[in-house]
Design a protein around this ligand. Structure first.
Ligand code: IPD
Length: 297
């Protein structure tokens, strides 16, 4: 049966506000339990409580849909299938949350046929709501949780400035994250990529990019690309729940997600290595190729 994406969107928005209230009321302290990778791969009681609340609400509203969440994921067991699947990160940016650095969000996606179909990303610290529905565009709403008539912001279509042409990397603002895996192959990949992007040619790099940022939330990085505030975002090592919702919002703002591995134009939700570029009247493919050229050398 056809999925009513608008109904899913409306439910996700109300669940996001409820999660936002829980996040703002919390007094977080991080634990790094056995199930996580290492001391910097942290989780709080709030991550777990929010995921429980979200999965209860979504199972009640859409009982036939599958659910994949960061805190209940089992490596090698949990899979995203063709079926309508909620892909949820209860708090994306947990480290920021623990420090009170206001760049964290709840990220609620729906994938249908393994492809992002609805995305809701809500940053309760700044009361910013990003939403997207496949085929219907994406939006930013400021002061989103306020009651109508009390200053609730208008929904503004993304990208904010309409998506002007992209130049080359030397003028681009790019976000790239270290994530929590700090060893092995994945660490080497990230370290090489950071170095190549940052360094001048003389220092073994690709000739410098305009600016590099690590803001600590994959979902908000994708939303910033959708808004046109960042030109690109690269990460190797994050998961489907970090990107599912933001990916839909990015697509609907004319942005594009390709693989973070040079040459792969098609990529999957669980590919773990992503490169996003913002919507633009021209220059997208050229900038992706320039980026791949630098990191692939
Ligand atoms: C993390 C954030 C971070 C990214 C990591 C993710 P979490 O999500 O999105 O920006 O670099 O790869 O794990 O753990 O805060 O939900």
């Amino acid at each position: 049966a056809e999925v009513d994406l608008q109904a899913v969107h409306d439910t996700l928005v109300s669940v996001a506000f409820e999660a936002g209230r829980m996040i703002l009321a919390a007094n977080p302290s991080a634990t790094s339990p056995d199930t996580k990778m290492n001391a910097v791969d942290i989780v709080t009681e709030t991550d777990k409580a929010v995921e429980r609340m979200v999965s209860e609400r979504l199972r009640a509203a859409f009982p036939t849909f599958a659910f994949v969440g960061e805190e209940t994921y089992e490596a090698g067991v949990t899979r995203i299938t063709e079926a309508p699947t909620f892909v949820v990160d209860p708090i994306d940016g947990t480290t920021n949350f623990v420090h009170g650095f206001p760049n964290a969000c709840i990220s609620l996606g729906l994938a249908v046929g393994r492809s992002p179909a609805v995305g809701v990303v809500y940053n309760p610290f700044q009361d910013l709501l990003f939403t997207g529905i496949k085929g219907k565009g994406s939006y930013l709403q400021r002061n989103a949780s306020l009651e109508e008539g009390k200053g609730k912001g208008e929904k503004v279509r993304l990208p904010l400035a309409g998506g002007p042409a992209l130049g080359n990397l030397s003028s681009a603002l790019v976000s790239i994250e270290w994530g929590s895996q700090r060893d092995g192959e994945n660490f080497e990949l990230k370290a090489r990529t950071f170095r190549k992007l940052a360094a001048s040619k003389e220092n073994g790099g690709g000739g410098m990019i305009g600016g590099m940022r690590s803001l600590g939330s994959a979902a908000l990085n994708l939303c910033a690309c959708a808004a046109g505030q960042l030109d690109m975002y690269w990460e190797g090592g994050c998961y489907a729940w970090d990107v599912a919702a933001g990916w839909c919002i990015l697509n609907e703002a004319g942005g594009r997600m390709v693989s973070g591995n040079p040459g792969e134009w098609e990529t999957a939700l669980d590919s773990r290595v992503y490169l996003a570029v913002r919507g633009a009247s021209s220059g997208q493919e050229e900038l992706i190729k320039e980026f791949w050229g630098i990191i692939g050398d």
